[in-house]
Design a protein around this ligand. Structure first.
Ligand SMILES: Nc1nc2c(ncn2[C@@H]2O[C@H](COP(=O)(O)OP(=O)(O)OP(=O)(O)O)[C@@H](O)[C@H]2O)c(=O)[nH]1
Length: 532
């Protein structure tokens, strides 16, 4: 299927081969026909059509090499997997075979053949290429893997092994980003390396004595990004939430005295912004008692809003307390899948090991191979110990082994990742209860901290998730992730007001440094759109 699609993309805009139907009608010669057609539709001629950078012939041959033309992603996976193996020239002979044709269809330097081992975005298990990005986050391949739900039916230990065919999807994704030859060209040329550029040769498409000039693309140096302070980063992250809120408030308070109707409208606005009824009423009550009947500006409301939100958040903005006498202090991380558990564990590990503590990460999400691999990558990056197990293995057993090993290795902190499949709630909850139970066998106080990650973008859903996990796993504190770029950051305020659970950290990006201790005042000012 994948190769069929690729072929379709790359053959877009190509002439169909001449058939019997293309013959000149009686009475006209072929030349006369061509002349008429050219005059009526000058761009219909094949030489005017956009030239796809990859000759479909080579793709057809690739399909042949990989199996029948209609073969599905397995064939594509075979090809790409073989190609990605270091030193393996699986696809190179094909590329070389195409070189001659390519020289005709495309000027040298446009689309040089590339050994597939240089492909970026390949998952870490394929030689650990590009497993991390410049900002410290994991690559698309890791994330695409992270979004998969089904376990590998082979049920083998996937730590450090090759990934399944779905890992091809970043490539497909890039290609499917557009149907035009230009998009496909961009996708393909991102896999090319300078070193593979064929030398300049006489172009057989040009008359003798001419050659194609190789145009060097100008090197555009990225301007160095100024390092933002944490508050600037937070403001930037919450800009969508605050812009929406302050925009509506400003519109509401244009040349208007504060009266009942305005207060009601304001209350609705605040509730819609996920701040919760309690906090919304707090804000309108304060505003009413201070400014009723007077002129009020959006800025006035923002200040009162920031003050009231700070009051709600201050009691929950607490540091994560570690009792290092435990050796290890065991942190169990729970939460619905995709809320950022693994990423947050990586960021926490970076902070802890960065300050000299010995950390072990345990891959207790045994349901997904990608989750195990992703945690292993974070362990490597943060110089943490790592323990994983086979896909589908008992998570509680892994937690038990991890605790024992962390003790034996004298680790200061053990952080255990867990699965978060709410789809099968009963099973998930039973698993979490069992993990807590077996850890308690080794130390009645363990786990010493149960942390829940919440995805801010899910709004009110996050509120319900706290309810569920709190009851089952005894959640003792929260970390809210993905506050960057969401318009629903207000939900943190509603959760704080309702559950009164400590909020230890907040995540404002995928990078290793994008996790910061939760500060009530900063958060309140950022959400209210204040600059200081
Ligand atoms: N923008 C943004 N993305 C984040 C943040 N935290 C995590 N992510 C991304 O969210 C996605 C899911 O994160 P994971 O850490 O895999 O989530 P998880 O809860 O472990 O998911 P499962 O392994 O499926 O249970 C990844 O693409 C992360 O990079 C954050 O603070 N901001």
């Amino acid at each position: 299927m994948a190769l069929g699609f690729i072929k379709k993309v790359f053959s877009f805009g190509k002439d169909k081969p001449a058939t019997e139907d293309d013959k000149a009608p009686e009475g006209l010669t072929v030349e006369e026909q061509a002349a008429i057609a050219a005059e009526a539709e000058p761009h219909a001629r094949s030489e005017d059509l956009p030239v796809s950078p990859v000759d479909p012939v080579s793709l057809a041959e690739m399909e042949t090499a990989g199996g029948p033309a209609d073969d599905d992603a397995d064939d594509a996976a075979d090809l790409l997997t073989a190609a990605a193996a270091p030193g393996d020239l699986g696809m190179v002979p094909l590329a070389l075979l195409e070189a001659e044709e390519d020289a005709v269809a495309h000027p040298p330097g446009d689309v040089p053949a590339t050994p597939p081992s240089a492909l970026p975005g390949i998952s870490p298990s394929r030689g650990e290429i590009d497993s991390q990005q410049g900002d410290g986050s994991l690559t698309d391949a890791a994330h695409v893997e992270a979004s998969r739900e089904e376990p590998d039916s082979s049920n083998r230990d996937l730590v450090g092994e090759s990934k399944s065919p779905e890992a091809i999807s970043p490539l497909e994704g890039e290609m499917s980003g557009g149907t035009e030859g230009g998009d496909a060209s961009a996708a393909v040329s991102s896999f090319l390396t300078e070193a593979e550029t064929p030398p300049l040769t006489a172009d057989p498409a040009l008359p003798k004595g001419f050659a194609t000039r190789k145009v060097e693309a100008p090197v555009v140096e990225a301007a160095p990004q100024p390092k933002l302070s944490w508050f600037q980063k937070l403001r930037q992250g919450l800009s969508r939430t605050s812009a929406q809120l302050t925009g509506q408030i400003a519109a509401l308070f244009t040349k208007r005295k504060l009266d009942e109707a305005t207060l009601e409208e304001l209350e609705d606005l605040l509730i819609q912004a996920d701040l919760g009824v309690e906090t919304a009423m707090r804000i309108t009550d304060t505003l009413s008692s201070e400014r009723y009947g007077k002129d009020v500006t959006g800025e006035d409301v923002s200040r009162i809003m920031a003050t009231e939100i700070t009051k709600v958040l201050t009691p929950v903005a607490k540091p994560l307390e570690l009792d290092l006498s435990h050796k290890p202090h065991v942190i169990l991380v729970v939460g619905v899948n995709g809320t950022g558990k693994t990423t947050t564990i990586g960021k926490l590990a970076a902070k802890l090991s960065g300050s000299g503590l010995k950390v072990m990460l345990a891959a207790g999400d045994t349901f997904r191979a990608a989750a195990i691999e992703q945690l292993k990558i974070w362990a490597d990056r943060t110089n943490s110990e790592f323990i994983g197990t086979r896909l589908g293995a008992d998570a509680a057993g892994l937690a038990y082994d991890a605790f024992e090993q962390a003790r034996a290795k004298k680790c200061d902190v053990l952080i255990i990742d867990t699965a978060g499949r709410l789809q099968n709630k009963a099973e998930l909850m039973a698993e979490l209860e069992k993990i807590v139970r077996v850890l308690g066998k080794l130390d009645p106080d363990a786990p010493h901290t149960v942390l829940q990650t919440l995805d801010a973008t899910t709004g009110q859903n996050a509120m319900n998730q706290v309810e569920i996990f709190r009851n089952v796993a005894g959640v003792g504190g929260l970390i809210m992730t993905k506050l960057d770029g969401t318009a629903r950051g207000g939900i943190l305020v509603a959760i704080a007001a309702k559950h009164k659970l400590p909020v230890y950290f907040i995540g404002v990006g995928e990078g290793i440094d994008d996790l910061e201790p939760f500060e009530a005042g900063d958060f309140a000012r950022a959400i209210a759109g204040l600059t200081h």
